[in-house]
Write a protein that binds this ligand. Sequence first.
Ligand SMILES: *Cc1c(COP(=O)(O)O)cnc(C)c1O
Length: 225
Amino acid sequence: MRGKSSMNENYKLIINNINETKLKYNIKDEVRLMAVTKNVEPEMVNKALSLGIELLGENRVQEYLSKREKYTKKAEIHFIGGLQTNKVKYIIDKVDLIQSVDSLKLAAEIDRQAKKHSLSMDVLVEVNIANEQTKGGISGEYSVVEEFISTLNAFENLRVRGIMTIPPPMNSERYFERMNGLFQKLKAKFNADILSMGMSGDYQAAIKHGANIVRLGSALFRQNA
Ligand SMILES: *Cc1c(COP(=O)(O)O)cnc(C)c1O
């Protein structure tokens, strides 16, 4: 099965790269590898789970709902895509964390739906660290992020665990550095403990700057010739 063997190679390479980067920059804390499943068949996701992946990132509500029953092994699921307020109800009891909270309206709906299900939802605040017009996320100015999190902390059924970003693909390292600056302050102020950044093309740079979840799609799932 070619699909599995090349994924196995991809996985080993990624784990090696993560470990080498941690050694190089003397990083002791755990860095979690998330497999991003968009456009990936459930069979391939199951292969990733069988290799030892324990964290999945889901981008689209419909796609996730149609695939989740076919996942054969339990994993921690994070929703990482843009989330419309009216779709929160479909996933509230089917994900472990929502990484893409960038408005009060969305947070309020997550809180409301969580209350209905008697659960507390962990969330990350999505930060638009390069202030790109086309992207979601709140401004990366510390005062803005601090105020937003303070407001979210008033909700009873929602818990802010940290921040995530999708920086511009070019020169992403300086944005990772800025995110880490924000994260260190948020750690001190709110006990934040998750910094989610770094994708297939730049996860090593993200780890260098303190990412503790890296979100990988193509680097893991691509088929090697
Ligand atoms: C698709 C996606 C990823 C993974 O991207 P790759 O470049 O394929 O690793 C990570 N995070 C988010 C939010 C994504 O949408």
